[in-house]
Design a protein around this ligand. Sequence first.
Ligand SMILES: Cc1ncc(COP(=O)(O)O)c(C=O)c1O
Length: 381
Amino acid sequence: MTDKQETKVIHSGRIQDAFNSVMPPLYPSSTFGFDRLGVNKGYDYTRSGNPTREALERCLATLEGGVDSVCTATGMAAVLGVLNMLSAGDHVIAGHDIYGGSYRLMDDVLSRMGIKFTFVDMADPANVENEWQPNTRLVWMETPSNPMLQLTDITAVVAVARERGAITVVDNTFLSPVFQKPLALGVDIVVHSTTKYINGHSDVVGGAIISNTEELAERVRYITNACGLTESPWDAWLILRGIRTLPQRMVAHATGAQALAEHLETHPRIDAVYFPGLPSHPQYELAQKQMTGAGGVLTFDVSTDKDGLDRLFAELQLYSLAESLGGVESLIESPWYMSHMSMSEEARTRAGIKPGTVRVSVGLENPEDLIKDLDRGLAAL
Ligand SMILES: Cc1ncc(COP(=O)(O)O)c(C=O)c1O
């Protein structure tokens, strides 16, 4: 097929059925009949395989350039599915400013099962090399990171890990395959919270694991089926509907975020703006090298207390005070008091998060309206 994503999202998730359905049909059946012992039509039980979910899996594998993908019930199920490939005694190096829920799963849950984790500042790939141990099996990258939008040089980290025989993983939720293709940079596995941009309409939760080799793909399929992590066909069907406009939405999100970031950079109440599309971002050059767009999330710092943040949020008419990101509607939140509360205060501080840090998921509203609304909120500080 074509290499153009606008075409792929429409055509790679199609299902040929008896009625020539133009849109992929939904198969909610939990089980599928056998013609005779050992012979069926390719599916036996929905946890292991489902035609609707497979259409989404095919679409995501095509977009990321992987050999296979497995769609999971949530983004966290995707994170768990990858890490469940490890065994007690294995060691993982991960970024210290990854999504708070991924951090909690690693630091609080899987560490009790004997998997060891070291969290490092991945802005400098030398930190990965310095923390390497003989039992390091996997390197977990999230770039841009959540919420500080710090970048990891994917190619540099892959070089360190590959030389030592470890698996590399990128959580590509923030950019989607429209703006970043980690597998093409040598990464082994990409994960997504499809809850975010891939679905794009804040009406479903889901995840995906996309693998670069048949061997990894087989292990991922085995683990996700064995652990019961796979996605409901209903949710897969909704995500298939959302993904059809992913390329156009990403461009519009990035355009809005760029306008807002440039405006905030000049605002007297703002201490710092974090957005990889700004030339002032310390890794702007890296952004130009490994990304084709800056995404739709930006973060800024204001000097205020919790009451001040509440005054700012209360003033806003176009932003919902809510966690999550990647929907058509703009969201605003406080990583310190909301999305990253699952990290200890010390871990949040180490990751650069302050009580006055604010994260914005820029929706598809008119950027001028979004700027005016946020200015109204900032005036209330
Ligand atoms: C970067 C990233 N990865 C993973 C997740 C987890 O996804 P979910 O909430 O769909 O389980 C999130 C959720 O916010 C996220 O932002």
